[in-house]
Design a protein around this ligand. Structure first.
Ligand code: ADE
Length: 242
């Protein structure tokens, strides 16, 4: 997969050199390029913004500068343009799964009051997919941190990025639609707290049942909305309410 990220603060994206995403890049599983939007400006001050038509506070990012950048980055064929914005639809694990199937993602990181609305409209009309996405109901200073979140969530789903793909199966927001059960490791007693006995029993069926019960219990307490949304076909006959 190819991912381009355009920002006026490309240094924000340096974290993508690290850890799993960094390794995926070195291994050639992910072709990730970070660009400075100001490289597409043509004036002496490298201007990317201007005052909003209609008045109001703050500045808006100019569509002509974004147009130069995005035309160049999408020249090889249709790309999926992602515009992080608190006014977008909510980015979820399902969104990450869908984006992970694309050949090219282009993240357009807005700052100030956002990007002129004609940019999304233009690239949609030109045949690109455009997703305006929010990572949650709070406001960040720009799209960079949101892009970091989304790129990491997508990259770990790419084939070969996670050593043991089984670890993707049982995690929170995975196929079961539940939050993940609590996990434990050595030592078996720490700070007077014992690891639940069943996990030391070696009894796989009992361990699976215990884990599912804890996942149901945790999800009921923390995210009752996820319990409501469970597909009845995914419930098993021993499941009970918590
Ligand atoms: N930019 C500013 N706030 C954001 C959010 N919550 N999600 C995505 N992009 C943003």
């Amino acid at each position: 997969m190819r991912i381009d990220i355009v920002s006026i603060f490309p240094e924000y994206l340096a974290a993508l050199d690290l850890s799993l995403v960094g390794k995926a890049r070195v291994a050639g599983l992910l072709d990730l390029r970070v660009h400075d939007l100001r490289d597409w400006t043509t004036d002496r001050h490298r201007t990317v913004d201007d005052t909003p038509f209609g008045g109001g506070a703050g500045m808006v990012m100019r569509p002509d500068v974004w147009g130069q950048a995005l035309d160049e980055l999408t020249a090889t064929g249709p790309a999926h343009l992602v515009v992080p914005t608190p006014s977008g639809t909510t980015f979820t694990q399902r969104t990450a799964e869908a984006l992970a199937t694309e050949e090219q993602l282009v993240f357009a990181c807005g700052r100030y009051e956002g990007i002129d609305a004609r940019v999304a409209e233009h690239y949609r009309a030109a045949g690109h997919r455009v997703s305006e996405l929010s990572i949650g109901d709070y406001v960040l200073n720009g799209g960079e941190v949101a892009s970091l979140v989304m790129v990491e969530a997508v990259a770990r789903l790419l084939p070969g990025v996670i050593g043991n793909p089984e670890s993707l199966v049982e995690e929170s927001h995975g196929a079961a639609g539940l939050l993940e059960y609590p996990v434990y490791t050595k030592p078996p007693v720490w700070s007077d707290l014992e690891v639940p006995e069943v996990l030391l029993s070696g009894h796989h069926a009992k361990i699976s049942r215990w884990r599912r019960d804890r996942a149901l219990e945790k999800t009921s307490a923390r995210r009752p909305d996820l319990i409501e949304a469970l597909d009845p076909g995914h419930l098993d006959k021993h499941d009970r309410a918590f």
